[in-house]
Design a protein around this ligand. Structure first.
Ligand SMILES: NC(=O)c1ccc[n+]([C@@H]2O[C@H](COP(=O)([O-])OP(=O)(O)OC[C@H]3O[C@@H](n4cnc5c(N)ncnc54)[C@H](O)[C@@H]3O)[C@@H](O)[C@H]2O)c1
Length: 424
């Protein structure tokens, strides 16, 4: 940190003052706690830090990193005053990093486990660095925004397994009792017979947040600040959000799709200049084909004043139907009960237990496949063409700008036009 930042940090962290007393190494040697680093200190980074502290008495946060100083300050303020924190926010000015290379410094700071919660465009780079270092990982979803990123992530699966790295992904439904019990009934007990059709939704009643440019921001800074609206960072909302529902479909069906038969998508929200307004769509409607010709319909929408809002996975079988919606699970008329611990905490309990027991969970492959499922849908909607899984995986699209310069200019492409936008 610069001297100014260091001073700001110290004054901003009055709440966390106790947390600043000892460097992480001292704590760890004395008490054998699991040392956690957080990369990306925004909404989810803060949330995940509190979730792991809530669920695991033997973890402490010893390093944090972000590209914006403001996020660091608000992390310290928020996590510092959380009930479960006590003295377990153990970061010091020396273990607090700001900048595009902050991720590497967090990983190199002596942590046992990293929480990756930056915008997803950076995820393959952050995952690669964490696997290389051999630290355990909680990775938010999605794990990439394009096929180049997915190939990088898939290449880490074997290496992470060989190194006994535990990896849990933020597809938290996989750690939620209601989902686990319902899907076990579908798969093991054939509770609705043979599953013959499915549909998944993330249809919002409003549009997504938009963060206007602040004075003095470069193009790169503005795009990272308002990351949801730029594809190299977000991958569009089908990838960023609907990946949750597509992940449930892949889980229920025991496979990723073999092709996306196309569909459609577009943007109702006006766009005068993609460099200002962003370039993402606000609706997608797609058809995925799985083994044995199984068809899954997928819908996601972020348009103001539309209704109903629905976030749901729905499967129809030869003996009935199953609906998983808003924390409720039904097989025909029977309700499957959820558990007392929320999935955002449970996933961190499961991760830490897997580290301690050395029965290493590794969810990288499944979250990479769910992410590619969403990327494939986006490519189909953008181009207006259908596509196989292999075509999606081999796509040469690589959205990460070469030589990213924090103070640099960065032009983005126009909003895609189905039928005209070409598959790379
Ligand atoms: N599992 C879930 O239910 C869930 C919910 C919300 C968000 N998320 C995921 O969490 C991730 C972050 O979302 P959010 O809502 O916290 O966004 P956010 O904008 O609130 O926070 C992102 C933070 O990352 C920082 N950042 C940007 N680039 C960085 C980089 N290269 N290195 C380090 N830090 C960087 C930003 O400055 C910001 O503080 C996304 O992938 C999102 O999909 C998951």
């Amino acid at each position: 940190m610069s001297e100014t930042n260091r001073r700001d940090f110290l004054s901003a962290s009055a709440i966390g003052a106790a947390a600043l007393l000892a460097p992480s190494g001292v704590h760890a040697a004395a008490d054998n706690m699991i040392k956690v680093g957080v990369i990306g200190c925004g909404g989810r980074g803060r949330g995940a830090a509190i979730n792991t502290l809530d669920g695991n008495p033997d973890v402490k946060i010893t390093a944090i990193g972000d590209v914006f100083d403001d996020s660091i300050k608000s992390f310290i303020a928020n996590v510092g005053k959380a009930k479960s924190t006590k003295d377990r926010l153990a970061v010091t000015p020396e273990t607090t990093f700001v900048g595009l290379d902050a991720y590497q410094k967090v990983i190199d700071s002596g942590v046992d486990l990293v929480i990756l919660a930056s915008p997803p465009g950076f995820r393959p780079i952050h995952l690669e660095a964490a696997v290389k270092k051999g630290v355990h990982i909680f990775t938010e979803k999605p794990v990439a925004v394009d096929a180049a990123g997915i190939r990088k992530v898939l290449a880490l699966v074997e290496e992470s397994k060989k190194k006994n790295i535990s990896i849990v992904a933020g597809t938290q439904r996989r750690h939620q009792k209601g989902y686990l019990d319902t899907i076990a009934k579908l798969q093991n007990d054939k509770a609705i017979g043979d599953i013959v059709a499915g549909r998944v939704y993330w249809n919002n009643t409003n549009s997504i947040w938009f963060r206007p440019r602040k004075e003095g921001m470069s193009d790169v800074q503005y795009q990272i600040h308002n990351w949801y609206h730029f594809n190299w960072l977000c991958g569009d909302h089908i990838v960023e959000q609907h990946v949750h529902n597509l992940d449930v479909a892949n889980w229920v069906l025991g496979s990723h799709p073999l092709r996306c038969n196309g569909g459609m998508g577009g943007r109702v929200r006006p766009c005068k200049d993609p460099n200002v307004d962003g370039q993402i769509f606000d609706h997608f409607a797609l058809e995925y084909e799985y083994p044995n010709g199984f068809i899954l319909q997928s819908f996601c929408r972020q348009i103001d004043s539309c209704s109903p809002g629905v976030v749901e996975e729905h499967f129809v079988g030869s003996k009935g139907r199953c609906r998983m919606k808003d924390g409720l699970w039904f097989i025909n008329d029977e309700e499957i009960k959820g558990g007392p611990i929320g999935p955002y905490v449970q996933e961190h309990i499961d991760l830490v237990n897997s580290i301690k027991s050395k029965k290493h969970l590794n969810e990288l492959q499944q979250v990479a496949e769910s992410t590619l499922t969403a990327i494939m849908g986006r490519m189909c909607a953008y181009t207006g063409k259908s596509m196989t899984w292999e075509q999606a995986l081999k796509s040469q699209e690589n959205t990460m700008p070469a030589n990213l310069d924090w103070n640099g200019k960065l032009e983005v492409s126009a909003v895609p036009v189905p039928g005209k936008t070409k598959l790379i």
